[in-house]
Design a protein around this ligand. Structure first.
Ligand code: ADP
Ligand code: MG
Length: 302
């Protein structure tokens, strides 16, 4: 039984499960989008990660789920479990959290504080116009599939850390400080048919879009957007899994119908962001990855 079988079997009775956020109607024209993510020391970040980076990432991954739905951040709660009181650590954590919260105009409205192994849980809530949220279930046959920026940087950093190597600052930045694509998501409202944030790896997260939409896809390895350093690593090792299944990218993967594809160029220009077409949505169920000659396993907690 893997993570997703477990969720389906024991918690599938929940309402609206299956997207990056749950949507709750609040009045005639608005919906709340709400999400929760936990970060555990040793699982989501290495033991020597700075308080600032832990704070940043805990909020950023939740903002990324709001982005996946096209929601505007409004408020969040923070449940923090600490092994002890370390004033310097807490000051650094608090300041970094406040800085990112301010940047996205999201208010801390409550939480919970307990003692135990270091773990951070944030529940973030945003707002979106009724029936306008970007969903995993909206992909249509013939849609082009896009991803933002580059894939695999954070996964390569994590791999190097585990091999006792020191990643470059650029890779570490992607791993510790992923940028939540809130602005991009806002521009995709009314343009994209479906969207997800890539947290567990492109292969798995795109597969969630396919399963929820009842369609298949064909993507081409050669079109995956890669940074120079990831490209060099793949050229040397032929290990495409780092870009396909590494996880922790926090980029958006979205699909756009041929009639709206002309909007993508102007979004790229307006936001100064790279958006790359990596494939198309097909009638044939399953994810076909052209050029892949290895098996990649995306991240699953179970
Ligand atoms: P994400 O990667 O965006 O955090 P996941 O793919 O991990 O989302 O989760 C898949 C879906 O299952 C989401 O809609 C999430 O809300 C739901 N889910 C995960 N764990 C539970 C749980 N313990 N109880 C209810 N729903 C859950
Ligand atoms: Mg997500």
């Amino acid at each position: 039984m893997d993570e997703f079988d477990l969720i389906n079997q024991y918690f599938g009775w929940g309402q609206g499960i299956g997207d990056d956020c749950a949507l709750v109607l609040i009045n005639n024209d608005k919906q709340l989008a709400t999400t929760v993510d936990t970060l555990i020391e040793g699982v989501h970040f290495p033991q020597n990660t700075s308080a600032q980076d832990i704070a940043y990432k805990s909020l950023a991954v939740n903002l990324s789920d709001l982005a996946a739905m096209g929601a505007t951040p409004v408020f969040f709660t923070l449940a923090i479990t600490l092994p002890n009181i370390n004033k310097k650590w807490l000051e650094n954590f608090s300041n970094a959290l406040k800085t990112l919260a301010k940047q996205h105009n999201i208010a801390l409205v409550g939480g919970d504080t307990t003692r135990g192994k270091l773990s951070i849980t944030i529940n973030a809530t945003g707002v979106v116009d009724k029936n306008q949220a970007l969903l995993r279930s909206g992909a249509k046959i013939g849609d082009s599939i896009f991803v933002s920026n580059t894939l695999g940087d954070a996964a390569l950093a994590w791999q190097q850390i585990q091999n006792q190597q020191i990643p470059s600052n650029l890779l570490l930045q992607q791993f510790n400080r992923p940028k939540p694509q809130i602005e991009l998501a806002q521009s995709l409202l009314g343009i994209a048919n479906s969207c997800i944030d890539i947290s567990d790896g492109l292969e798995q997260d795109l597969s969630h879009i396919l399963a929820q939409s009842g369609v298949g896809a064909s993507i081409d390895l050669q079109t995956l957007p890669l940074s120079k350093v990831v490209m060099q690593y793949i050229t040397k090792t032929q290990d495409w899994c780092v870009a396909l299944a590494g996880g922790d990218d926090y980029e958006l993967c979205f699909t756009v119908s041929p009639t709206r594809i002309h909007h993508i160029k102007s979004i790229e220009k307006d936001l100064n962001i790279k958006l790359t077409k990596i494939g198309v949505i097909t009638e044939k169920i399953g994810l076909k990855i052209l050029g892949l000659q290895q098996n990649c396993q995306s991240y699953r907690h179970f």
